[in-house]
Design a binder for this molecule. Structure first.
Ligand SMILES: Cc1cc2nc3c(=O)[nH]c(=O)nc-3n(C[C@H](O)[C@H](O)[C@H](O)COP(=O)(O)OP(=O)(O)OC[C@H]3O[C@@H](n4cnc5c(N)ncnc54)[C@H](O)[C@@H]3O)c2cc1C
Length: 411
């Protein structure tokens, strides 16, 4: 076995790892990007690319967003329809004047295509050495020795960026942490692709259905290109265990409900139904240490209310690249230096993750949910507030304030 000394080693080439490598390359910093799979590869996901994904891509290179808008596998999406437990719908555009937008605020794109889209960009950079089909199988990590074992080689890096997803081996072996295994901090999601679902939204709004059988989680239908829809549901892992829920059975039960039966009467399943974990950003965690950073799902940065993780993964990759640049300039890869990363991440994402954690706990109050949807359907100002909350975290914080609901009662 040969020992290779490298500058930056990124483990995992999903949105977190690819973004880290791309933002480093933008600053002329070389990196090694390793993934156990070869691309294009599937990833179980709802495939919804939020405004945050577009925002990060714009910071990397505005031209890439124009390209995404022309990419025929990415369907532009303009909003979200919330269905309260009583079946009433609240249709909320991501931006109030969405019909006049040049580029859609969000997209839905199969991860096999979107992640490969990022990898195609990775391959354009001579600064990035991309190694596919290579599992990082072992770590030797002590004060004096920090090694990653990949194929027949041992890598020693100034900095390791762990972007190895929800079941991060790095997190388990190096941090000796089990936060990915703690049921209260995780959701499980199921994803299925269906063709010929009827009644999809004319402006490709994604649909979130808070049906009582799936509370405190939700069932989704996201329209995609090729007359396909991403259909799935997500629920907290502790609820699944406590109520002994079998997610594929629950999906069948939901599809047989009167509001979906006709919509799925001619639909055909495309491929298999697949399950995966979602590590929630419901508390602040240690995201760095001597010579390492954790990004994306490896750092449990998924929004606990919406389940959105791609945007946060890419944003964390962008911030990791900023911190790595500073650390290299100072030739300091110590825990004291790298904790800047934790501070920057939680300064940017902390408030919204906190609000979403509170919102997730409110979802179980069915009557409150029904009430807000009914009110919003009658009140344009409230509808506009909810629409703006997608881009404005301060507005989102209104929803965790009891006064907000009191004012609604008397308005
Ligand atoms: C059912 C479901 C629905 C979801 N819906 C949405 C949605 O609609 N919108 C949204 O924004 N988010 C959604 N998410 C969350 C989103 O999928 C994740 O937050 C996102 O994939 C995180 O990106 P990542 O780069 O951190 O990890 P990943 O995308 O998981 O990438 C990790 C990479 O690391 C590689 N890897 C792992 N271990 C090793 C190893 N030891 N050696 C080498 N390589 C390794 C893997 O092959 C993989 O390519 C959903 C998740 C689930 C499960």
């Amino acid at each position: 076995m040969s020992v290779k000394k490298v500058d930056v080693l990124i483990i995992g080439a999903g949105p977190a790892g690819a973004s880290t490598a791309l933002f480093l390359a933008k600053q002329n910093i070389s990196s090694i990007l390793v993934d156990k799979d070869s691309f294009p590869r599937d990833k179980v996901c709802g495939d919804a690319l939020s405004g945050k994904v577009v925002e990060v891509l714009k910071k990397y290179n505005p031209a890439i967003v124009d390209d995404l808008a022309l990419f025929n596998k990415a369907l532009p999406s303009y909003g979200v329809s919330f269905y309260a437990p009583n079946g009433n719908c609240l249709r909320v555009p991501f931006k109030p004047d969405f019909k006049s937008l040049k580029i859609a605020p969000g997209f839905v794109c199969k991860r096999i295509d979107f992640d490969n889209y990022l990898i195609e960009e990775v391959k354009k950079h001579k600064e990035i050495t991309f190694i596919e089909n290579s599992f990082v199988k072992k770590f030797e990590w002590s004060d004096t020795k920090k090694q990653c074992f990949i194929n027949e080689d041992i890598y020693e890096a100034n900095i390791v960026v762990a972007c190895d997803g929800p079941n991060s081996l790095f997190q388990k072996k190096v941090l000796n942490d089990t936060f990915s295994l703690d049921l209260a901090d995780n959701c499980y999601g199921l994803r299925a692709y269906y063709k010929n679902v009827k009644g999809l939204d004319e402006d490709n709004f994604i649909e979130l259905h808070f049906v009582d059988v799936a509370l405190p989680g939700y069932f989704w239908i996201f329209p995609m290109s090729d007359n396909t829809a991403n259909v799935g549901l997500g629920l907290k892992a502790d609820v699944i265990k406590e109520k002994k829920i079998h997610l594929p059975e629950l999906l069948n039960k939901i599809l047989a409900l009167p509001q979906f039966k006709d919509r799925f009467s001619e639909a055909t399943l495309d491929g298999n139904v697949k399950l995966h974990a979602l590590p929630m950003g419901n508390k602040q965690r240690k995201l760095s240490g001597d010579n390492f950073l954790l990004c994306g799902d490896a750092g449990a940065l998924i929004d606990p209310f919406t389940g959105e993780g791609i945007g946060n993964a890419m944003l964390s990759g962008m911030i990791a690249a900023e911190v790595i640049k500073e650390a290299r300039e100072k030739k300091d890869f110590s825990v004291q230096m790298l904790k800047n990363y934790d501070e920057k991440i939680y300064r940017r994402l902390g408030p919204e993750l906190q609000i979403s954690t509170r919102l997730q706990s409110l979802v179980k109050y069915q009557s409150l949910f029904n009430f807000v949807v009914n009110k919003a359907n009658k009140n344009k100002t409230l509808r506009d507030t909810i629409s703006s909350m997608f881009v404005d975290v301060d507005l989102r914080s209104k929803f965790k304030n009891p006064l907000f609901y009191l004012k609604l009662i008397f308005n």
